[in-house]
Design a protein. Structure first.
Ligand code: DX5
Ligand code: ZN
Length: 217
């Protein structure tokens, strides 16, 4: 089953609770939470206090945390104690990818590995056997509202083929520049978790979320 994970990076933070309730009301089951440190990416987003607030506002929704943070394990404790469902870390952001992923799993939550557009799937092949999710970035991480890089979708195909070859079960998630026009391409490439920020949140959040939920059926 395909899943939709609206990215709250694009939310109107002045109306955060209201906007979260709106997407929750459409049947969305996951919110994608982008944490940026200003080091791994040239932008800073938000951290644990905001996640805590989100959890309080919509306790039943799964929180899919995407850490765009250098040496992410420094923050596992703080984030995981807030009740998040999975943490995805970047292969490019740590010298200890395998250990960091195992640390996440030790907490009893799901672990994901993300690759930026210039990183090949071969880089994460050694950890595919321990992850619950592979996140294919279709833009350079750091900002919402960018244009999808179509070539990056080929990596979803690769991740899918490897999953079959190796008899594994991880989800394949896409993040960056997804809209009504290219969502089918992503699904065709083998993606089953769709992240979308600027295409969902805005003046027509409810209609957008409902439409995307239909498109992924
Ligand atoms: C970008 C973030 C994305 C971002 C996607 O670095 O990881 O999750 O919110 O935004 P859109 O869908 O607008 O490209
Ligand atoms: Zn993201």
């Amino acid at each position: 089953m395909n899943k939709l994970a609206p990215s709250m990076l694009s939310i109107d933070f002045g109306h955060m609770e209201e906007q979260l309730m709106i997407v929750a009301g459409t049947g969305v089951e996951i919110i994608h939470v982008d944490i940026m440190d200003g080091m791994f990416v040239p932008n800073i987003s938000f951290g644990p206090p905001v996640i805590k607030y989100v959890k309080k506002a919509i306790p039943d929704i799964k929180l899919d945390v995407h850490m765009m943070v250098q040496d992410p394990s420094r923050y596992f404790d703080k984030i995981i104690q807030l009740g998040v469902d999975n943490i995805t870390i970047h292969a490019e952001a740590t010298e200890n990818l395998r250990d960091d992923l195992l640390k996440i799993k030790d907490y009893g939550i799901k672990a994901g590995v993300a690759i930026s557009p210039d990183t090949p799937v071969s880089e994460i092949e050694p950890v595919l056997g321990i992850v619950d999710l592979v996140l294919i970035m279709t833009v350079y991480p750091g900002f919402g509202g960018q244009k999808l890089i179509p070539e990056a979708l080929d990596k979803a195909r690769e991740a899918k083929a490897l999953r079959e070859d190796k008899g594994l079960e991880y989800d394949i998630e896409v993040d960056g520049g997804i809209n009504r026009e290219n969502i089918k391409d992503a699904l065709d490439a083998g993606i089953n978790v769709i992240v979308a920020g600027s295409a969902i949140f805005g003046e027509h959040t409810e209609e957008n979320a409902k439409e995307f939920l239909e498109l992924i059926k």
